[in-house]
Design a protein around this ligand. Structure first.
Ligand code: KG4
Ligand code: ZN
Length: 340
């Protein structure tokens, strides 16, 4: 079957077409396109919801036509439309879901609502097959930081999450304190390359608490005080910037890595997936591989382009629902707050 995926929950307009065989659960991604609004929002220092909706509205219809042409398909050859129904920005979600519903009605194609986070946590399947169940996924993005136990398609339990800021948010806010543009994660990662992570002593929040939860707002505050104590960002030379960036990156990654491995061991599920924008971080990946190997945990990473928001993961989640025989609900709506 061929599934058209649509994603508009935040600041990326994305479309994709996945073709899979429900008998085997295997398939291939035929085409995908992502249009990022990052540049539009960067001057505001974050995503502006109204602007996001308007940009999706302009971008989405031509992108769908363009991807059908790219895959050399017509609407008649599409078997299902899978669309992100939440969580996310209400206006942005409404653009995607309304478009999907209208197209479904016009072309007589069933529409299936997908949870954005389910897309992220199944994303490693796009590279081939999903890890054996049960596995643990660390979802780390600008809006979420959570550890999820996956027992089957549709059977997810959140076993740990942030009590305040998300890890990506911590990167973004710390970057702002250093005068770096949005999104801050990649900026900090780039600067951190030549930095001494030990120069500034930053906390590892909640690492010594015997649970699987996170807290990152204290780290951001510690960065603020460290910047002040070092004379303010205006006085920083390049090496000081690099050292601070390395300190922030290492502190964040160390907590994420240690808690994720702890989750795998505690849940007796020694298979770990990391997903979400922060999963593109190289230091996180390297630290994770090292500790995972030492502890006997298998690591599955989606391709970096499938770590950030994309529609391939939404089409793939729709396909996996079909394989698992999970029917779309009769009634559904765009849902900005939706627990997994
Ligand atoms: O999943 P995503 O694309 O969007 C959502 O938040 O849903 O994640 C974006 C987040 C931002 O906070 C960004 O700063 C962070 O991921 N990010 C990174 C890196 N690339 C993106 N953080 C650290 N290192 C990176 N290389
Ligand atoms: Zn996301």
């Amino acid at each position: 079957m061929k599934i058209l995926g649509i994603e508009t929950s935040c600041d990326e307009t994305a479309v994709a077409i996945y073709e899979g065989d429900t008998a085997t659960g295997l398939g291939v991604l035929l085409a995908e396109q992502v249009a990022s609004q990052i540049e539009t929002h960067a001057r505001f220092g974050g995503v502006v919801p109204e602007v996001a909706s308007r940009e999706h509205l302009v971008a989405l219809p031509p992108m769908v036509e363009s991807i059908l042409a790219e895959a050399e398909l017509t609407w008649a050859q599409i078997d299902e439309i899978a669309v992100t129904a939440g969580p996310g920005l209400m206006g942005a979600l409404l653009v995607g879901t309304s478009y999907a519903r209208a197209a479904g009605m016009v072309h007589n194609i069933p529409v299936s609502p997908v949870h954005h986070m389910e897309g992220h946590l199944l994303a490693p399947g796009l590279a081939g097959v999903l890890p054996e169940f049960p596995f643990i996924t660390l979802l780390v993005s600008g809006g979420h930081t959570m550890l999820v136990r996956v027992d089957a398609i549709g059977k997810y339990s959140v076993i740990g999450q942030t009590l305040d800021d998300a890890a990506g948010e911590c990167f973004d806010k710390s970057a702002r304190l250093l005068g770096l543009p949005y999104p801050g994660g990649p900026e900090i990662a780039m600067l951190a390359k030549g930095g001494d992570a030990k120069r500034f002593k930053l906390p590892r929040p909640m690492l010594n608490k015997d649970n699987l939860d996170f807290s990152f707002s204290g780290l951001k505050t510690a960065v603020m005080y460290a910047v002040k104590a070092a004379g303010g960002v205006e006085s920083f030379d390049l090496q000081t910037m690099k050292d601070m960036a390395a300190g922030i990156e290492t502190a964040t990654c160390e907590v994420l890595v240690k808690k994720s491995i702890r989750a795998c061991l505690r849940e007796d599920a020694p298979r770990l997936v990391i997903a979400g924008g922060v999963a593109a971080n190289e230091t996180l990946r390297n630290m994770l591989f090292k500790l995972a190997e030492a502890k006997g945990v298998e690591v599955h990473l989606p391709h970096p382009k499938h770590c950030t928001d994309n529609a391939a993961m939404i089409a793939y989640a729709g396909f996996q629902h079909q394989c698992a025989g999970l029917a779309a609900p009769d009634e559904w709506d765009a849902t900005p707050r939706w627990t997994l």
